[in-house]
Design a protein around this ligand. Structure first.
Ligand SMILES: Nc1ncnc2c1ncn2[C@@H]1O[C@@H]2COP(=O)(O)O[C@H]2[C@H]1O
Length: 732
C-alpha cells in the first residue's frame, strides 16, 4: 500500500513487485536496475495502492522519479566506478604537471582537453548526487525535492562545489597548481573502492591492488617533489639532486620522471643506496621521506599481513585445516596408512572445493536467506534423489536446511552392520557398495541420487534387525553424501507421509531379500493395526449416533418444558380470582433447566411469598436441581445443559445440530426454536475450564407469564419462546 512520511512518499528498496510500496504519487521502485519507476497505470496497480487520489500519479512527479538512482543499484555503482578515472587523473597528473613543467608545456592541448573532460565528470557527478535516492529508516526516499534539499544542505555538496571551482582562471600561469582543488573529490574514489570491494569475487586481491595504488601515488608525489626540489636547487648541482640535461638521456621528460620515481622508491621503501644529501634542504627532504617511509612501511606491512591472515582465515573457514589434525595424530603416535588417508581426505576437499562445514559458513545469514542459499546450491542434487522427486519445493527447502554434507574417502565405511542407526544418507556424488553379512559379498552398488540407511530409522513391522544396521556400506571412491539425522527424518516424514510409504516399501523389499523380515510378526502387526483402526471407526460412529440422540432429546426436553410453562400459565389465569394480586414477573430473571427435567427459578426476585427461596445455583454447575414449589407455581423451569465451553479463545468444541422445525411443531414444540446448541461429548481442551449452560429461553411477544394468568408486559418482553443463545443461563 502507499506509505507517506512527512513531505515525501516512500518506496521499499527493491519493491514495486507485489505491491510492496508506492513511491511518490503512485510510483514504486523497480527491482534490480536501481532506478525509481512509477507503478501507476501498470496492471494491478490499483490493487496495490489505495485507489483513492493519493496514489494517482502526477505526470511531472512520476517523470522526476524516473531519474532517481538507487544508491545500492547498478547504475549508481557504475557511475561511481567511472568517477575513479577523473579523480585519479587529478591526483596523479596535477602534481606531475606542476613539477615537470616541460611535460606541461609540450602537451598543453592534451592536458587542457583532459582537464575539460575531468571537470565535466565532476559537474555530472554533482547532478548524479542530486538524483541519488537516500535511505531513511531503511526505506528508499525517491522524492526529488527531499533528495535535493538534503544534498544541498550537506557538507558533501560544499566539498563537491569547492573541488570543481575553476580556480585556474585566477592565474593562468599557475594553471596546473591552481587545479589542486580537484583533489578534494577523493571521497568519491574511496566510496567507489569500498563498493568494488564488497562486490568483487576476490576481495583480498582487490585490497592488495588498492594498497599498491596508494603506494604508487605516494611514491609518485614524492618523485615529483624530489624533481621540483632538484630544479630549485639546480639540476646536477650536486650528487643528490637530479642530473641535468648534459647527461645523456636526462634531457627527456620521461627519463627525468623515471629517475625521480626511482630515487623516490629508494627513499620510501628504505631500500637504501640513496644519494647522500649535501644541503639542508636535501637533508630535510630525506628525513621527511624516511619518516613517511616508516609510516608507509608500517601501514603496508600491517595491511599485507592482515590481508594474508584474512585469506587464510577465510580458507580455514571454508575447508577444514589439516595441520591440527596432523599434529594430533603425531602426538598420539598414529602413523602410516591412517595418516595418509586423513591427508588424502583433506586434499580431496580442497581440490574439489567441497565444504565440510557448510552450516558454519552460512550461520550468520538470516534463516530464510540461508534456506534460499542452501536450496539454490543443493536443490539440483536433492531433486535427483528418487524419493523426493515428487516433493514440492517447500518440502525440499525445509529438508535442505537439515542436511549435512559429508565426504567419505575410498574404502571408508559409512556404516557397519549391527550399529544403531542414527542417520540416513543421500548420495550426491560417488559410488558405495552394500556388503553382505560376511563383509565381502557385494549385495548392491549404490550411486548418485540413491539413498541408504533408512531401514534402521523407520519402524518397519516385522524387521528383525530393529534399529540396527542391516548391512555394511563402504565408499568405493570418494563419496559426497547428504546426511539426515533420525529426528529430522521423522519430522520430514510427518510432513510428507507419501515418502514414508516409499521408504517402507523399499525397506520391506530389502528385508525380504535379506531374509530379515518376520512375515508373521508383520502380519500380526498389520492385523493389530487394522483392528485398532476398525475399533476407532466403530467408536467414531457410536459417538456420532450418541451426539444425534442427545441433540434430539434436548430438543424434546426443551419443547415439553416450554409447553408445560404455557399450560401452567393458562391454569393460573383460570384458577386465580379476578381481583387477586398476580405475581409480578421480572423480565430477565433467569431460569435454568436440569437434564432430569427438574426446574427452578434462579432469581429470588420472582419467587412469590409462598415460595421458598432456594440458593441460587452457580452458573455452569452441572448439578441437577429438584423443582421447587415456586417453580411449580410460576411455571419457571430451569434447563441445564452442560456443554464444554471454553470461553478462552479457541477453546470451544461445541457442535450444533439444526432441528427440523416442522417435525418439532408436530410434536407440539414451540415454533421459533430453529436450532439447538448441544455439546459434543468431548472433554474441554483447556485445562480447568468448566462447562457452561447454553440454552436460553427468552420472552416473546404474544403470551404472558404471570401468576394471575396472561399479563401484558411492556415492550418486547412478553411471552415466551425458545431462543438458542450459547453460553448463557437465563430464566424465563
Ligand atoms: N540389498 C540391498 N540393496 C540396497 N540397499 C541395501 C541393501 N541392503 C541394505 N541396504 C541399505 O543399507 C543400509 C544399511 O543401514 P540400514 O539397515 O539402516 O538401511 C540399509 C539399506 O538402506
Amino acid at each position: 500500500g502507499c506509505g507517506e512520511n512527512g513531505a515525501g512518499r516512500w518506496a521499499w528498496p527493491g519493491g514495486g513487485r507485489g505491491g510492496a510500496g508506492c513511491s511518490g504519487e503512485g510510483g514504486s521502485q523497480s527491482p534490480g536496475n536501481g532506478v525509481g519507476r512509477c507503478d501507476a497505470g501498470r496492471e494491478g496497480a490499483a490493487s496495490q495502492c489505495d485507489v483513492s487520489a493519493p496514489c494517482a500519479p502526477s505526470r511531472s512527479t512520476a517523470e522526476t522519479r524516473r531519474w532517481i538512482l538507487d544508491p545500492a543499484g547498478e547504475r549508481y555503482y557504475w557511475w561511481l566506478s567511472a568517477m575513479v578515472l577523473p579523480v585519479l587523473y587529478n591526483w596523479v597528473v596535477i602534481i606531475c604537471r606542476c613539477c615537470f613543467t616541460e611535460a606541461q608545456e609540450r602537451h598543453a592541448a592534451l592536458w587542457l582537453s583532459l582537464d575539460c573532460v575531468s571537470d565535466a565528470f565532476y559537474l555530472l557527478d554533482i547532478a548524479v548526487r542530486l538524483h541519488t535516492g537516500l535511505l531513511e529508516e531503511g526505506i528508499l526516499v525517491l522524492d526529488g525535492d527531499r533528495i535535493r534539499r538534503r544534498y544541498l544542505h550537506s557538507s558533501s555538496f560544499r566539498w563537491d562545489v569547492a573541488s570543481v571551482l575553476p580556480t585556474e582562471l585566477l592565474c593562468l600561469r599557475l594553471r596546473s597548481a591552481l587545479r589542486a582543488n580537484r583533489c578534494l573529490r577523493a571521497p568519491r574514489l574511496f566510496e567507489a573502492f569500498d563498493r568494488r570491494e564488497t562486490r568483487t569475487a576476490h576481495p583480498h586481491a582487490f585490497r592488495i591492488a588498492k594498497l599498491m595504488l596508494y603506494v604508487f601515488v605516494a611514491i609518485h608525489w614524492n618523485a615529483c617533489l624530489y624533481f621540483a626540489l632538484s630544479v630549485s636547487l639546480g639540476l646536477g648541482s650536486d650528487t643528490w639532486v637530479h642530473p641535468n640535461g648534459s647527461r645523456p638521456g636526462f634531457a627527456r621528460p620521461l627519463r627525468q620522471y623515471l629517475h625521480s620515481f626511482y630515487i623516490s622508491t629508494l627513499i620510501l621503501t628504505t631500500v637504501g643506496d640513496t644519494p647522500e644529501p649535501r644541503r639542508e634542504e636535501e637533508f630535510l627532504f630525506m628525513t621527511a621521506g624516511f619518516l613517511l617511509a616508516v609510516l608507509g612501511f608500517a601501514t603496508i606491512m600491517g595491511s599485507m599481513s592482515s590481508v594474508i591472515a584474512n585469506m587464510s582465515a577465510a580458507d580455514a573457514s571454508f575447508y577444514p585445516e589439516h595441520g591440527p589434525v596432523r599434529r594430533y595424530l603425531r602426538a598420539h603416535g598414529v602413523a602410516g596408512r591412517l595418516v595418509r588417508r586423513v591427508a588424502a581426505w583433506h586434499e580431496h576437499l580442497r581440490a574439489q572445493r567441497k565444504l565440510a562445514e557448510e552450516r558454519a559458513v552460512l550461520r550468520h545469514l538470516p534463516e530464510r536467506l540461508r534456506a534460499e542459499v542452501a536450496a539454490s546450491v543443493h536443490l539440483p542434487a536433492l531433486s535427483k534423489v528418487g524419493l523426493f522427486q515428487s516433493c514440492e519445493r517447500g518440502v525440499l527447502e525445509a529438508l535442505v536446511l537439515r542436511l549435512r554434507p559429508q565426504v567419505f574417502g575410498p574404502g571408508e565405511f559409512v556404516c557397519r552392520q549391527g550399529d544403531v542407526g542414527r542417520e540416513m544418507y543421500f548420495i550426491r556424488e560417488g559410488r558405495l557398495e552394500v556388503l553382505g553379512a560376511d563383509g565381502v559379498t557385494q549385495l548392491a552398488v549404490l550411486g548418485e541420487g540413491l539413498y541408504f540407511g533408512e531401514i534402521s530409522l523407520i519402524n518397519i513391522p516385522g524387521n528383525r534387525s530393529g534399529n540396527r544396521r542391516t548391512a555394511d556400506i563402504r565408499s568405493i571412491g570418494y563419496a559426497d553424501l547428504f546426511c539426515l539425522a533420525k529426528e529430522d527424518l521423522a519430522e520430514v516424514l510427518t510432513e510428507f507421509p507419501s515418502a514414508r510409504v516409499l521408504l517402507e516399501a523399499k525397506g520391506r523389499e530389502i528385508l525380504l531379500r535379506m531374509d530379515k523380515l518376520d512375515v508373521h510378526a508383520e502380519a500380526a502387526a498389520a492385523a493389530a493395526r487394522e483392528e485398532a483402526e476398525h475399533r476407532a471407526r466403530v467408536l467414531e460412529a457410536a459417538l456420532e449416533a450418541l451426539q444425534t440422540r442427545t441433540a434430539r432429546l434436548l430438543a424434546q426436553l426443551e419443547s415439553s418444558a416450554l409447553k408445560l410453562a404455557l399450560r401452567i400459565g393458562r391454569l393460573e389465569s383460570r384458577l386465580l380470582p379476578p381481583g387477586a394480586p398476580r405475581p409480578q414477573h421480572r423480565p430477565g430473571a433467569q431460569r435454568t433447566a436440569v437434564p432430569g427435567g427438574g426446574s427452578d427459578c434462579a432469581g429470588a426476585a420472582n419467587v412469590p411469598s409462598g415460595g421458598g427461596r432456594e440458593p441460587r445455583e452457580p452458573q455452569g454447575s452441572p448439578r441437577s436441581i429438584a423443582p421447587s414449589r415456586a417453580a411449580r407455581t410460576w411455571g419457571c423451569q430451569r434447563r441445564v445443559m452442560p456443554a464444554p465451553d471454553c470461553s478462552a479463545p479457541g477453546g470451544s468444541v461445541r457442535g450444533r445440530v439444526r432441528a427440523r422445525s416442522g417435525a418439532r411443531d408436530r410434536q407440539g414444540s414451540v415454533p421459533g426454536s430453529g436450532s439447538t446448541a448441544f455439546p459434543p461429548p468431548a472433554r474441554c481442551p483447556r485445562a480447568g475450564a468448566r462447562p457452561a449452560w447454553h440454552r436460553v429461553l427468552a420472552p416473546r411477544p404474544g403470551t404472558a407469564c404471570a401468576a394471575g394468568g396472561p399479563q401484558e408486559l411492556p415492550g418486547t418482553a412478553q411471552g415466551w419462546h425458545a431462543e438458542p443463545l450459547p453460553g448463557a443461563l437465563r430464566c424465563l
